[in-house]
Design a protein around this ligand. Sequence first.
Ligand SMILES: Nc1nc2c(c(=O)[nH]1)N[C@H]1C(S)=C(S)[C@@H](COP(=O)(O)OP(=O)(O)OC[C@H]3O[C@@H](n4cnc5c(N)ncnc54)[C@H](O)[C@@H]3O)O[C@H]1N2
Ligand code: MOO
Length: 402
Amino acid sequence: MRSVDEHLTEILGSVAALPPLDMALLEAQGTVLAEPVSAQAPLPPFDNSAMDGYVVVAADIAAASETSPVTLPVVGDIVAGDTGVSAIAPGLTARIMTGAPMPAGADAVIPVEWTDGGNATVRVSRSAPAGNYIRRAGEDVRAGQVVVAAGTRLGAPQIGMIAAVGRARVTVRPRPRVVVVATGDELREPGSPLGHGQIWESNGYMLTAAVVEAGGVGFRQATVEDEPGKVLEMLEDQLVRADAIVTTGGVSMGTKDVVKEVLTGTGTVNFHKVRMRPGKPQGFGLLEGTPVFTLPGNPVSAYVSFQVFVRPALRAMQGLEPDPLPMVSAVLAEEVASPAGLRHFLRGNLSFDRGTYTVTAAEVQGSHQLGSLATANSLIQVPEDIETLPAGSRVDVMRLPS
Ligand SMILES: Nc1nc2c(c(=O)[nH]1)N[C@H]1C(S)=C(S)[C@@H](COP(=O)(O)OP(=O)(O)OC[C@H]3O[C@@H](n4cnc5c(N)ncnc54)[C@H](O)[C@@H]3O)O[C@H]1N2
Ligand code: MOO
């Protein structure tokens, strides 16, 4: 038996970040930036108006008030997108729109609400300091400033930022393409009828969805029978399109545990019992350089194994830190028991009330009981050396992706 940490260390020692690719900005959504993106020019690139109103020389309206407005001749309109050079002489004003460049000579913007909105002349009924409602060049981003650092996952704000500095393409680590393979003669496709002893295939769906949640592209492969030749052939066929392969089922001690049978010693794949529950039987290795994770067949075991071993590896392949799922410290609502010597991952429900996280373990914790996983929002982690934790104890809780 090996520990969870030993197994994870072997995995992380064998996977590498995928080579970077140049991608169109919108295609890169959800990928991880492999280069720092910096601004070629300041943002905003020029001083501009923050309001629809009038540009003035502040000193000209220093005495303006509701009771004694100042009237100025309006010499023109400056709208956003104006490229011509304009200037304002003292004693004059021009109408200006939000985002339009400040004309030379003017040093303040008066919002239209402080005026009578006049066309030929305008009455200004409030004074303003120099700089009023002017957005200065470079006050958002300085020229040369890194706006999105390498290693950042590109969400909507980062994509907006990169476009704002004029870039249409970026160098990113692509999403890892992960082929998910479910094995088992008893498995039938959801949507088809079941005979006695058969069940609908669910791990393939669940793990493909988990791959997507972890930032990868999931390809669910049609179920294969427990026939060694077919399983090996199918796995080898998948290598052309896979950055990683995840299998589920066929790794324990049964006579039909074909994944273990065909992969033991193939490439660098090896099988181990890991000191955890659920998820004890695990296999991992490289097949022609591609990481292969052979997860157990019990649905909750497969899911927990994915979160503990596969997700960190997929993060490393994207050039991210192989962090575990976000963890919080919570108070146990009820006592839990845990097997000696195993790290126990219990399905739980985490809630936050008046500054404290509380977690309640699901009533049933069998590794075949998917029902209690589908209603859980977290996994309580009980360390190997603990057998009982009374209500009120502090525990580490992993939040499941939502
Ligand atoms: N003698 C022993 N028996 C078992 C041991 C052991 O140490 N000694 N370990 C148990 C543990 S722990 C686990 S976990 C399972 C792992 O078994 P396998 O990985 O070989 O998985 P299967 O036997 O193929 O299936 C187990 C269970 O899960 C259901 N299953 C499998 N694939 C799917 C799927 N794609 N969708 C839905 N359900 C699936 C399958 O029907 C079985 O009920 O071994 C224990 N046995
Ligand atoms: O580990 Mo099995 O994964 O306990 O059911």
